[in-house]
Design a protein around this ligand. Structure first.
Ligand SMILES: C[S@@+](CC[C@H](N)C(=O)[O-])C[C@H]1O[C@@H](n2cnc3c(N)ncnc32)[C@H](O)[C@@H]1O
Length: 313
């Protein structure tokens, strides 16, 4: 009964080792490998750079401590793609695609589309290409949202997810988005916005400055301003959605919980027990995080996390 084992064992010994030159390790980690493809749909490639859309809203936000951030990030992308209302043969532009997963998700949910992701940072585009290559209809380029390197009316859909706050000139971005969209085409912009024009005076508050420095932005647009600059660029605002209770409030609560634990020695022991990597955070790091968390709460109270759906006139 045990005869198979030595034979198999001998075969292993007799097998010539593969010359290193014939190995292509990269193929284990790209779209030629079906196991890799299955893993990157679920867990591998945790490459989204957004805050996430959490299941517990408002006063129940504290329960999100049990939720998985990567899933929350994917949920935010799926919610945005739903608003985009993609049709089977559409050409879709994902502006500021980060490390490419949002573009990949559009293509995975709508396999007959052609999707192009662009991002300002070459290093993000490199990661996107590395993780999401070998997917037909999907490609990535380095590009600037305010100067889109595409022909007029060359897309049916444009998406810009949690990035426009970085753009120094959002009006110019909206004009560019209108130019590359065909008439009747749709733009979804998910972004932070001041509650009203009046909140802009808080742009230079010391707490706001902390957040501006951390996330490198000069100013938000207000909610009414988004409609104005959209109209001026050639869009009609179809709908706007306040996702603050599912995005900024839960993530703020999570960071307040983390910062509160990090601020005490017993809390730091609890964190290190949950995840030993927290030991790499110094007391100074925890102090800086507490400072940042206070700044974010200030800005959160003056702004909303919005999804705007525009149609090109
Ligand atoms: C918060 S991340 C969001 C990335 C992606 N949409 C996601 O959900 O994972 C913001 C992204 O905007 C990109 N970005 C900032 N300014 C840009 C610009 N002017 N043009 C294109 N991308 C830009 C950054 O490089 C970054 O990848």
């Amino acid at each position: 009964m045990s005869i198979d084992f030595p034979i198999t064992h001998n075969r292993c010994i007799e097998t010539e080792p593969q010359p290193a030159a014939q190995m292509n390790v990269a193929e284990s980690y790209d779209g030629t490998n079906v196991v890799f493809r299955a893993l990157r749909l679920a867990t591998w490639g945790p490459t989204l750079l957004n805050l996430g859309y959490y299941p517990f809203a408002g006063g129940l936000s504290f329960l999100n401590v049990m939720s998985n951030m990567e899933l929350a990030q994917q949920r935010l992308v799926r919610k945005s793609i739903e608003l985009l209302q993609v049709s089977p043969e559409d050409r879709v532009l994902d502006v500021a695609c980060g490390r490419g997963k949002s573009s990949f998700m559009v293509q995975a949910l709508h396999p007959r589309t052609t999707v192009i992701g662009i991002d300002l940072l070459d290093r993000n585009v490199q990661v996107a290409r590395t993780l999401f290559d070998q997917v037909g209809g999907l490609s990535y380029r380095v590009g600037n949202a305010m100067d889109l390197d595409f022909q007029d009316a060359s897309f049916d859909r444009v998406m810009c997810l949690e990035a426009a706050f970085h753009f120094p000139d959002r009006q110019r971005f909206l004009r560019e988005a209108a130019r590359v969209l065909r008439p009747g085409g749709r733009l979804v912009v998910v972004d932070f916005a001041w509650n009203s024009d009046a909140e802009r005076i808080h742009r230079d508050d010391p707490e706001t400055r902390i957040v501006r420095e951390i996330w490198q932005w000069s100013d938000f647009s207000s909610i009414p301003e988004y409609e104005r600059i959209g109209r001026a660029a050639g869009f009609r605002l179809i709908s706007s959605h306040d996702w603050s209770q599912q995005v900024t409030r839960p993530i703020q609560t999570l960071f307040e919980q983390l910062s509160a634990l990090g601020g005490t020695s017993w809390g730091r022991r609890v964190l290190a027990w949950i995840n030993p990597l927290y030991r790499s955070f110094s007391i100074e790091d925890w102090d800086q995080l507490a400072h940042a968390v206070r700044g974010h709460e200030h800005v959160r109270c003056l702004s909303k996390y919005m999804a705007f759906v525009f149609e090109k006139r």
